[in-house]
Design a protein around this ligand. Structure first.
Ligand code: KIV
Length: 282
């Protein structure tokens, strides 16, 4: 069993061997521990935390401080997984210098092993700056949620030949700039397959078909834990919101009926000590 953390070299080797990469998001210590124990090779602390944990209606309000707080918890909860910190909106769009300062905080203060940022050709210079400084970068193309207002909604990207060629060029630009992997979000499966074949670094799909080198899902979507919305690309492997509600309802009725706690969950002193206590207190 490998004791060190999964590295970007391990991830590139997985693509070469044709081994699929199963990545998941996590935002806190207990889930990071569970994912790490289960053998997930990459944990992404996604800025999706803005929606599934903090209750915003998009990822745009998420701050560096929010992300640092959660990345630290996930790093504490994992020993083997490669932890990727998602760079929040406006932490890198303002240029390579800001990006370097903020990405550096994720490695230095929070203990992440790499960062992820959205965009292709327009962020290639930033990706180069980070990788040359020793900060591994995962790219993110397609339906990049931080550009929600530019896209006019959460829509499938790369559907026209011109848009598909732009995405292929974006993917190539990221690889040339030094990105070690690229997330492809909500694009046609055929385009994801083509990009996967053309890149030597792994592609990680979400709503991008089965031919990517790996897949990523937002943990709350696959566990049925986010009550507001389940995207079409998500498969629910559990219905935890229902289980939690049932457990909470059972607790409420047991407390109200005086069934909980029982002796088993209570603490007692020796009866003689208790009689002394009652007589001493009058
Ligand atoms: O923020 C996130 O969770 C992501 C994944 C959906 C790729 O960026």
């Amino acid at each position: 069993m490998m004791e060190r953390r999964v590295s970007i070299t391990d991830l590139k080797a997985m693509k070469k061997r044709g081994e699929k990469i199963a990545m998941l998001t996590a935002y806190d210590y207990p889930t990071a521990r569970i994912l790490d124990d289960a053998g997930v090779p990459i944990i992404l602390v996604g800025d999706s935390l803005g929606m599934v944990v903090l209750g915003y209606d998009s990822t745009i309000p998420v701050t560096m401080e929010d992300m640092l707080h959660h990345v630290k918890a996930v790093v504490r909860g994992s020993r083997r997984a490669h932890v990727v910190a998602d760079m929040p909106f406006m932490s890198y769009q303002t240029g390579p210098e800001d990006a370097l300062r903020n990405a550096g905080r994720f490695l230095k203060e929070a203990g992440a092993q790499s960062v992820k940022l959205e965009g292709g050709v327009r962020v290639a210079e930033t990706v180069r700056t980070l990788t040359e400084a020793g900060i591994p970068v995962m790219g993110h193309l397609g339906l990049t949620p931080q550009s929600l207002h530019q896209f006019g909604g959460y829509k499938v990207q790369g559907k026209t030949p011109a848009a598909a060629i732009r995405l292929l060029n974006d993917a190539r630009a990221l690889e040339e700039a030094g990105a070690y992997a690229v997330v492809l979000e909500t694009i046609p499966a055929q385009l994801a397959k083509l990009i996967t074949e053309r890149l030597s670094v792994p592609t990680i799909g979400i709503g991008a078909g089965p031919e990517c080198d790996g897949q990523v899902q937002v943990l709350h979507d696959m566990l049925g834990l986010y009550p507001d919305f389940t995207p079409r690309h998500a498969k629910q492997y559990a219905r935890l919101a229902e289980s939690v509600r049932e457990a909470v309802e059972a607790y409420i009725s047991e407390v109200c009926d005086g069934v909980f706690p029982t002796e088993r969950e209570s603490f007692a002193v020796d009866e003689s000590l208790f009689s002394e206590l009652t007589s001493a207190s009058g």
